[in-house]
Write a protein that binds this ligand. Structure first.
Ligand code: NG1
Ligand code: MG
Length: 515
């Protein structure tokens, strides 16, 4: 069954719709003030918090995020203009208005990734929306440029906070551009497929979790997102507990500047795990299918090849939890044997090329030229071990969530322990924590959190904590005193309220026609 992105007449899809009314009213008023007319419709997409499974989506292992109520809403109308262009206004005055000129010959707009402005995210969306129309509905444009648009954007997802503000704006923009150009209905699957690659145009070699979670979000459900054998999101109810469980998100207020630091953090990790996949394949005499985005094999591809070709076991469908747990446990142990002690320290470019039996030139072309990266040693063993153990933890949590016979007395502590081991792995093996993240984590764990971990890319950004409703107040006040007031003595009540939030799983992308 093809699920379509829904169109709503009112705001009932929020858990407390009334609190959103003033925000929508302000958006529409800003639009009228700026452009002297009413918007045609509002396009919306949420941020997400990842409960478990970080830095494994680009290896095609499954993840477990949920969409949150922080979102991006965009009021849109088409407009006549002598040259085709998009006029972008943001309700937040920190983001200055931008005008994006569309190529007059009907070709797809370009992004200058070296000149980063918030408008670049909109350009990414123009590219993927335009290409989708050319591929599926060429008659809508007949070679003409996309329509000129007036757009006002309002976002509540903190930027650089690890809650996927970038995916929220890319998905909301893409959905809005498509509708304004005559694509009245789009499937969740198509919207995810085309937006997954959108941020590649601003120079970040992203995985697909965020866009998928943003599109498929469902109230009160977490999403089990698979990338292989095909992209799909399966919602899972969070079981009732006594006292009721609660997810708290805390922003460290240390920004993860992923765009500018990508060569030493995000994009470098993508390279390290790809090199890991190819080295493990070589050790085991396997040839990996080459991923079309990365031009290399992936760790998921390695896992599949290792068990089917080397050990002659049946293919794993990604759904059989027990078999996944046993295979990933085995791989997590095997990596200890597969790398020598000196390799565990790291690989220089020469060493990595030699391990793969290729020239440095070939290695560079294959792994280092898609996106720029900088390093002294590639930490292949550490990243690979993280990916296998983290993917294992996702299945362990899924098992807890989906088992009707789970023990209600130990469910929360088991879930929390898995989150804590994830944090240890992120900190020690994946090195995407920072002292501020560790400190916030320690304060939380000592004050009522059952499990705490970095969520999203890390390198700053946010943490997610599993706790229960009766502990929330104490936890929040400990974090306020021992982390926020200590590091940011001048923090206002409003800033605090934005940094520390209790969140519920929320509805995914939608069009709002009503307000
Ligand atoms: P955030 O931190 O939301 O930007 C990033 C990637 C995800 C995933 C996580 C780590 C983007 C848009 N998303 O999320 O695909 O790899 O890091 O699990 O860069
Ligand atoms: Mg992002």
């Amino acid at each position: 069954m093809t699920e379509l992105v829904p169109v709503f007449k009112d705001l009932q899809f929020y858990s407390s719709p009334d609190t959103q009314i003033p925000r929508y009213r302000h958006l529409v008023e800003t639009f009228s003030k700026e452009f002297g007319e009413k918007p045609l419709f509002i396009s919306r997409s949420p941020g997400r918090v990842n409960l478990i499974g970080d830095h494994i989506d680009y290896c095609y292992f499954s993840v477990l995020p949920m969409a949150i109520e922080y979102d991006v809403i965009e009021a849109i109308n088409t407009t006549e203009s002598s040259t085709p262009r998009i006029s972008l206004v943001n309700t937040d005055s920190n983001f200055k208005p931008e005008v994006l000129d569309l190529p007059t010959d009907g070709s797809v707009i370009k992004v200058d990734a070296s000149h980063n402005t918030w408008g670049n995210y909109y350009r990414c969306s123009l590219i993927v929306a335009h290409e989708f129309i050319l591929e599926k509905y060429p008659e809508l444009l007949g070679g003409r440029p996309l329509k000129s648009l007036n757009v006002v954007v309002d976002g509540t997802v903190p930027s650089g906070g690890g809650l996927s503000s970038s995916a929220a704006i890319c998905v909301a923009s893409t959905l809005g551009i498509l509708r304004a150009n005559g694509v009245k209905q789009i499937s969740k699957q198509d919207l995810t497929r085309i937006t997954v690659v959108s941020e590649h145009y601003v120079g970040v070699n992203t995985g697909g979790m965020d866009q998928c979670a943003s599109v498929y979000g469902e109230k009160n459900k977490v999403l089990f997102i698979e990338f292989k054998p095909k992209l799909q999101a399966t919602p899972f109810e969070i079981p009732p507990t006594k006292p009721a469980l609660s997810f708290l998100i805390t922003n460290t207020l240390v920004q993860a500047n992923k765009k500018d630091s990508a060569p030493v953090n995000y994009n470098l990790r993508v390279v390290e795990v790809a090199v890991g996949a190819e080295i493990l394949a070589r050790i085991n005499g396997l040839q990996l299918p080459q991923d079309s985005n990365l031009n290399t094999g992936t760790l998921r591809g390695f896992m599949d090849a290792y068990f089917t070709e080397k050990l002659n076991q049946p293919a794993w469908d990604g759904r059989n939890i027990e078999s996944g747990i046993s295979r990933l446990t085995e791989l997590s142990l095997k990596v200890e044997e597969w790398f020598t002690d000196s390799e565990k320290v790291g690989f220089s470019t020469e060493e990595a090329a030699a391990r793969l039996g290729v020239s440095v030139e070939d290695f560079t072309k294959r792994f280092l030229s898609l996106f720029p990266v900088r390093y002294s040693k590639l930490k292949v063993y550490q990243r690979t071990k993280h990916v296998f153990t983290e993917s294992l933890r996702v299945l362990q949590v899924l098992k807890l969530l989906s088992d009707p016979k789970r023990n209600p007395d130990t469910f929360l502590s088991q879930f929390g322990d898995i989150m804590n081991s994830s944090q240890d792995s992120l900190r020690d093996l994946f090195n995407n924590s920072r002292v501020e993240c560790d400190e916030l984590n320690d304060v939380a764990r000592a004050n009522g959190s059952i499990g705490s971990r970095i969520t999203g890319a890390g390198f700053g950004g946010s943490l997610v904590h599993l706790t229960t409703e009766d502990k929330l107040e104490g936890l929040i006040s400990a974090l306020t005193e021992k982390y926020y007031k200590k590091h940011f003595p001048h923090i206002t009540e409003e800033e605090l309220a934005e940094a520390v939030v209790v969140t519920k799983p929320a509805t995914g992308s939608c069009i709002v026609e009503g307000p």
